[in-house]
Design a protein around this ligand. Structure first.
Ligand code: HEC
Ligand code: HEC
Length: 376
């Protein structure tokens, strides 16, 4: 139930993103509207008025419009358009201190994210100490397979601070999203920035640091260059190619389905961000359940019993203890299982050694286990 809310939030963002990435321009298949080159070789198709789309549109079949739906009103768009961009778009004015954030956090967040954002019990940590040491960035971990970093929390992993404001405002606290005022969100951001030991304009955030919009936009995240390859500038396209051609940036270069890594995987699993509040709970086990003796599953000795032993042991005609008859078996079990195994293997009275078979000792023991289990 919690998860689905988040998914709605995400799709809202996807919709917003999709509507702003239409391509335009004279050489539309190579260039974005903002003049940047298309780097992935993706094809774009003309629609009209120099606009293009990622899908072929049959403009002849739909002469002027598709005649479905209607134009969204500015208010409708405003209601959906709640994301906060790194350049400050969508980020309202407001302010709050670390201290205010601290007590808000105690009240509304610590129950899940624990004291000082240390996380646990399936809830993500919100800090993992000083993020400025280079080895805690994503790139470092990808290349070196180092599972000390990046620790995938806000301070070490997220490339943009704006996501923090947006995430808290629209998604937290988990059961009551959109319940916090803008000032409360600033206070919580101040607190989270401080426990991540991040600096704004070279300054650490002490208790009475009052975070506002202007200061927040100055926060530079330690992992800002490690999250996606640099594709800006003159050599942007080449840089991106180089990045993606180096398998070490995202894997170990071997295509495989299992046992892919010798030693530790280069890409570590996202840890500490599992969610445990699904109903019914979701299993993380991927193996099939093992067949167990007893209810439902067949005992491993049953088939061989039927093939080699039932001829004498299914009835008392041969003087053999009948499988399923407690009275027949109780005194024999009492001798101790070693003795019973031994008699079955070496024979006793009318019981021929191994029942006349050439099965291994272990197999005979397995069958005896079945006979005894079925006769208790
Ligand atoms: C009822 C439990 C709960 C409460 C209370 C709660 N959270 Fe969360 N929070 C979660 C869960 C679960 C996630 C992970 C959601 C996901 O990944 O889909 C999360 C994720 C986050 C993240 C993103 C972490 C990351 O690195 O991906 C931030 C930031 C966050 N919460 C901040 C807060 C703040 C601030 C508060 C208090 C106002 C708060 N949370 C209260 C359960 C909670
Ligand atoms: C030709 C008939 C016959 C066959 C086939 C046979 N049994 Fe028996 N079994 C007997 C008889 C008769 C006894 C009773 C012996 C006695 O205690 O006097 C017996 C006794 C046993 C006992 C009890 C031993 C004890 O300690 O009291 C076990 C266990 C046993 N059989 C296992 C097997 C297994 C396992 C097989 C198949 C691999 C098998 N039997 C096949 C006739 C047979």
């Amino acid at each position: 139930m919690f998860k689905s809310y988040r998914n709605i939030m995400l799709s809202a963002v996807v919709v917003a993103a999709a509507s702003t990435t239409l391509f335009a321009g004279s050489d539309a298949s190579r260039t974005y509207a903002n003049g940047k080159k298309v780097i992935d070789g993706g094809v774009t198709y003309p629609v009209k008025h120099d606009m293009t789309s990622l899908y072929h549109v049959n403009t002849k079949a739909h002469k002027s419009s598709f005649k479905i739906g209607r134009q969204a009103t500015p208010d409708e768009i405003k209601a959906w358009n709640i994301d906060v961009m790194p350049d400050g778009t969508g980020l309202p004015e407001g302010h709050g201190t670390v201290e205010e954030g601290d007590s808000l956090y105690e009240e509304k967040c610590a129950a899940c994210h624990f004291d000082f954002g240390t996380g646990g019990a399936g809830y993500p940590a919100l800090q993992k100490g000083n993020a400025y040491e280079g080895h805690k960035t994503l790139t470092y971990q990808r290349v070196n397979g180092n599972d000390e970093g990046p620790i995938r929390v806000f301070g070490t992993y997220w490339p943009r601070a704006s996501t923090l404001w947006w995430y808290i405002k629209t998604g937290m606290p988990h059961p009551h999203p959109m319940s916090l005022t803008d000032n409360e969100v600033y206070a919580l951001c101040a607190y989270i920035i401080s426990i991540n030991e991040l600096k704004i304009d070279g300054e650490e955030l002490d208790d009475d640091y009052d975070l506002n919009r202007e200061k927040f936009l100055k926060l530079v995240m330690p992992n800002k260059d490690g999250f996606v390859p640099k594709i800006d500038g003159k050599n942007g396209v080449e840089n991106a190619r180089k990045y993606f051609n180096n398998f070490k940036n995202y894997g170990n270069g071997t295509r495989c389905m299992k046992n892919c890594f010798k030693g530790k995987p280069v890409l570590a699993r996202i840890s500490g961000s599992g969610i445990s509040d699904y109903l019914p709970p979701i299993s993380e086990k991927k193996d099939l359940p093992k067949k167990k003796a007893g209810a439902g599953a067949e005992h491993p000795g049953k088939k061989a019993y039927e093939a080699s032993c039932a001829v004498c042991h299914a009835t008392d005609a041969m003087g053999a203890p009948v499988v399923g008859n407690k009275k027949d078996w109780a005194p024999r079990i009492k001798q101790g299982m070693d003795k019973v195994y031994n008699n079955a293997i070496h024979g006793i009275n009318g019981m021929p050694p191994k029942g006349g078979t050439s099965l291994s000792d272990d197999k005979i023991k397995e069958i005896v286990d079945y006979m005894v289990d079925a006769s208790k």
